[in-house]
Write a protein that binds this ligand. Structure first.
Ligand SMILES: [Zn+2]
Length: 224
């Protein structure tokens, strides 16, 4: 794991230590993080996990304090909604013991990570890159929902089926066919298509009288 005392951007191969399950530094010369049981206990229980990230990221801590479900307001949220991301609430203090680490691993289960109210977040992945990306995306999802809630929302978010499609990474075109949703032509949403009289007004306002009505009809988009 990363040696203690270094920022993420300062980590080099020399600033990494190999730590046993009981916290002994087996290789490397750096100091060991106090919260090593988060990493060791999760990896002990999840053979599919090759890396664990733990941070005290601002938006995740603020969002976790609200004790509300994380919704798929954005693509980011879809990673951690349906089911709602786990919470480890046994303590908001540092996870210093194997017992607490094991309880946290239990809370994560087979999921992608957890929020720790009054503390931070944990994400897991098959690789360092995957776990780090998870942490970045989770923090962003929390930030988006905080913004929506501060504005009086949210009112809409992706439902379970849409979230599952996003989680599987299915491309947008296939999504539409599978869900049997009407696919707006030209990528326009029907309710947002400009009306013909609005386009005429716009043309007159700009003094661009050279365009023909057929051009205007094309702008309307032949929406289904
Ligand atoms: Zn911590």
């Amino acid at each position: 794991m990363k040696a203690a005392g270094w920022g993420f951007e300062e980590v080099t191969a020399e600033r990494v230590v190999l730590v046993s399950d009981d916290g002994e530094v087996l290789a490397g010369t750096g100091a060991r993080h106090i919260e090593y049981p988060i990493h060791s206990e999760v990896m002990k229980r999840r053979p599919d996990v090759g890396a664990v990230v733990h941070t005290h990221a601002l938006s995740s801590v603020a969002f976790a304090s609200l004790d509300v479900p994380l919704r798929a307001l954005s693509h980011d949220g879809a990673w951690f909604a349906e089911p709602d991301i786990a919470r480890f609430s046994a303590t908001g203090s540092l996870v210093r013991t194997a017992e607490l680490g094991a309880a946290l691993a239990c809370a994560i289960g087979d999921g992608p990570g957890c929020l720790i109210p009054n503390h931070g977040l944990v994400t897991v992945g098959a690789s360092v890159a995957e776990a780090v990306m998870g942490a970045v995306v989770l923090e962003r999802a929390c930030k988006v929902q905080l913004a929506a809630m501060a504005a009086g929302g949210p009112q809409v978010w992706s439902d379970k089926e849409e979230v599952e499609l996003k989680q599987r990474g299915v491309d947008a075109g296939t999504d539409q066919r599978r869900l049997r949703l009407p696919v707006p032509r030209c990528g326009r949403r029907p309710q947002l298509a400009p009306r013909l009289d609005e386009l005429v007004f716009e043309r007159e306002r700009r003094g661009a009288g050279a365009r023909r009505d057929t051009d205007l009809r094309e702008d309307v988009g032949e929406v289904a």
